[in-house]
Every structure is written in C-alpha cells, then in structure tokens.
Design a protein around this ligand. Sequence first.
Ligand SMILES: Cc1cc2nc3c(=O)[nH]c(=O)nc-3n(C[C@H](O)[C@H](O)[C@H](O)COP(=O)(O)O)c2cc1C
Length: 345
Amino acid sequence: MSTLNSSFQIKGLELKNRIVMSPMCQYSVEAEDGVPTDWHFVHYVSRAVGGTGLVILEAAAVAPEGRISNRDLGIWSDEQIPAYKKLVDEIHKHGAKAGIQLAHAGRKAQDAKQPVAPSDIPLNVRNAEDALTSPRALSTEEAEEIVEQFKEAARRAVEAGFDTVEVHGAHGYLIHQFMSPTVNNRTDAYGKDLAKFGVDVTQAVSNVVPKEIPVIMRMSAIEYEDGGYEMDYAIEIAKQFKAAGADLFDVSTGGEGPPGKLKPGNYPGYQVPFARAFKEVLEVPVIAVGMLEDFALAEATVASDDADLIAVGRGMLKDPYWGLHAERHLDGEVHPPTPYERGNF
Ligand SMILES: Cc1cc2nc3c(=O)[nH]c(=O)nc-3n(C[C@H](O)[C@H](O)[C@H](O)COP(=O)(O)O)c2cc1C
C-alpha cells in the first residue's frame, strides 16, 4: 500500500490516510453572521465523501472585526456552534476527521471600518485601488483580549466536535503580523518579543483543548517582500510555538504583501523544502502544501519523509474525489461509499 494511503496518528487524532484538505475561504456567508451555510455543508462533506483523511475548514474569524470579508465564517459566538456540529457529524460519517482554522485578519480585514493591527503600518499593495483602510495599532489590553478570543473560539470548536484546530499564523494575517519585523514596531511586550502574541495564542488554545486533541500551527516559512524575514527566523519562532503547545506545523509561505525581488515558486511541490526543514529542525510532524495534486508527487512527499501529511487546496476545488482518485492511482483498489461503487473511480 502507498504511504499516502496509510494511516497516521498524532495524539488522539487518527487519520485513515495522509491526505488533508487545505483551508480555503469560500466568502459565502451571505447573511454575514459567520454561520456555515448549505454551501459549506455540501462543499466540505463532498471532500469527506471523496476520500480525504482530514478536512480543515477555511479561516473562521475569532471576532467579527477579524474577518477578511464580511462573508467569512466566524466562530466568535456560541450560537454558531450547532451549524458546525451538523457539518462535523456528517464529515465523521464518511470516515474523515474535521479541523477548523482559527483566524484573525488584523490589517487585512478588508470590510472593517478600520482594521486593527500590531502597528499602524498599512498593507503594501501593488495597485493604489487595492489599498485597504490604514489600520489602528491595538492597545496591549486589546491584544490580550484577542488572545482570549482565540481561546474561546478553540473551546467552541471542541464543543462542535472538531478533532483538531489549526491556528492561522501565516499569510500576513494577525499572528503573522505580530511576528513580522516589517509590520510590528510596538514598544510594549508584544513588540519587544515578536513571538509573544503567537506564543500566547498557542498556549491559550492548547490549554483549552483536551490533551488528546492536537493543535496545528500554520506558518509562513519565509516572506517575499523585500526586507522580509527568512526561514531561520521563522524556525526560531516556531520553536517557541512548539514549546507553547503546537503539535503539528502546516508549512506555507508569504502573504505579507506583494512579493519583491524574491518570488513564490510556481511549480509542483514548491513549498516542500520548507516543510522538510521545519520537520528536521523542530523534530515535529508537518503538513506540506502547495501544488501537490499530482498523485506521484504527493506520494513521494510522504514516502520520502519530507512531510507526514500533504494538503491539497486548488486540486480539491477541481476534484472533490481527489482522495479516491489518488487511492485508485497509487494502490489500484478503491473504496467509495456504497452508492458510488458503480462509478468506476
Ligand atoms: C480559494 C482559496 C482560498 C484560500 N483560503 C485560505 C484560508 O482560508 N486559509 C489559509 O491558510 N489558506 C488559504 N488558502 C491557501 C490554501 O490553503 C493553500 O495553502 C494554497 O492554495 C496552496 O495549495 P494548493 O496549491 O494545493 O492550492 C486559500 C487558497 C485558495 C485557492
């Protein structure tokens, strides 16, 4: 059997294979109340039916003002829990596990009247018409309140039945903003130690979830803006996130602003070397992501131990049954749900 289709366990989370659905915003909450809709139900349950081992729901905001757009998912209120529970229960019925990404957009909150951020430094944009409202710097107390909001969001995720939570520390959103030397020029404790905000969030989340539930941290291993941080810097911060309770790292890159001289790769597996480096240096399990939809490449990534798990994003938008197709391609045998058995996967 392929490594991709072999099981994987971390703490109490047992996955039937190494295939993760990468979190992808749907911007589809028409009521703007953060509650998952029929769209989300169909979208996520389809990928569970399609053979994915772990379905990670898109960025869900821990506070209304932490949404990228007003149509984002939210997990800031107990009233949002039942809709998530229904979704998680159905994902479970198809043999998949469910995670949710907990997020705060910070200065990238495009619909906020005035976004909040570590400092009042606006996001760089390529074209003037893409400029967002300049952010306001959070007070120390407000930053502490957001740590609390992450904790409460994690508690709600557990109540909804999620098997894991992913903290969004990547792509230029709030946690990444705090750790980024070009974005955080604060003079308080959150400016003296650029890891502190992410460490506090990780600790708070890890303290509120039961010990058998792993906490995933998504990070940008490098920045692409001129003057951005390099991987050694991200790894030093990741060491502190690990000590604070992050069990598994989901290794991505960039998102802090438009790339400068350094450009993100645009070829299959472009981010795998970063995942491997995190795994080796931190001695933690990792998820590799980024153009891994080629079945042989996905298999090679886990079989060679570059990563423990692979996440597929756009490939799963195109093919909800990516997991079943990978299984068929690599192992010949495939086990679709009974009503689909005649589908010749
Ligand atoms: C439509 C779309 C929405 C996305 N939303 C999120 C998100 O909510 N959180 C996140 O961490 N990454 C997000 N991403 C990035 C993906 O999770 C993934 O890391 C990226 O697309 C690279 O993987 P791929 O080449 O398999 O698509 C998004 C990507 C796409 C295409």
